[in-house]
Write a protein that binds this ligand. Structure first.
Ligand code: DC
Length: 225
């Protein structure tokens, strides 16, 4: 069996990595893996057990009772917690903060990292996350880091949440994002960084199509090398 090819897209929230990773995966007929969704699944589980995300020992204590699964349903990644599809409940500001907190715990990360590496080994995939190119798959064939201006990122996330009918304010979304950026970048284990060898794209003034083409071009170029 030939070795699978992996593409990683890392970056802060609202940088466009999810939208772009999905589009790239569709174009290349690769599997798309939203690793943030996995951390959100753990956050949902912790919340369902009434454990405060900041209580590290409490979180680690129930971790062995968590069975996390991701499956593609109608072309979209769905997250299952102990057999229950929680995909519709994990994209809220509360779950964002909770996921950011529990993702600072090394044992939580290691549980998900082994699942992610297993997928990477078995199929051609596009991963979006925070540490995919730096820690999980440092030898991935193609690594990208997406970023954008904080106001632009907050606006994108605000419109996305509004679109889902959530009652949020732009100011709160921006504040949440600043806190998450800080936590995700400063944690001790596998923080959000620009991975060595990653191609950096500032998406502030670019359309989805433009970013997608930059990445596909880059991959095409690298293929010819
Ligand atoms: O991409 P997202 O907003 O769905 O991610 C939610 C949180 O999960 C994010 O704030 C940090 C964490 N995360 C992580 O630590 N490592 C990843 N590879 C993906 C997400």
């Amino acid at each position: 069996m030939s070795k699978s090819i992996n593409i990683t897209l890392d970056g802060p929230g609202g940088s466009g990595k999810t939208t772009i990773a999905k589009a790239i995966a569709k174009d290349l007929n690769y599997i798309y893996v939203d690793t943030g969704g996995m951390y959100r699944g753990v956050a949902w589980f912790i919340d369902s057990r009434d454990i405060d995300a900041t209580d590290e020992q409490g979180v680690l204590g129930v971790l062995p009772e968590l069975s996390l699964d991701i499956k593609v349903v109608d072309g979209e990644q769905h997250v299952f917690v102990n057999g229950q599809d929680v995909s519709g409940q994990i994209r809220t500001p509360k779950m964002s903060q909770c996921a950011s907190i529990i993702s600072t715990y090394k044992d939580v990360r290691l549980k998900l990292v082994s699942m992610q590496r297993e997928i990477a080994r078995s199929v051609n995939s596009v991963f979006d996350g925070r540490d995919m190119g730096s820690y999980v798959l440092p030898f991935a064939e193609y690594k990208f880091y997406l970023t954008a201006d904080i106001d632009e990122r907050a606006k994108r996330r605000y419109l996305e949440l509004k679109d889902k009918g959530q009652d949020v304010s732009l100011g709160d979304v921006k504040q949440d994002m600043i806190e998450r950026d800080e936590r995700d970048s400063s944690r001790a284990f596998a923080p959000l960084v620009i991975p060595t060898g990653a191609f950096v794209i500032d998406t502030t003034n670019l359309t989805i199509e433009e970013v997608k083409n930059i990445i596909l071009n880059k991959i095409g170029k690298l293929n010819k090398d």
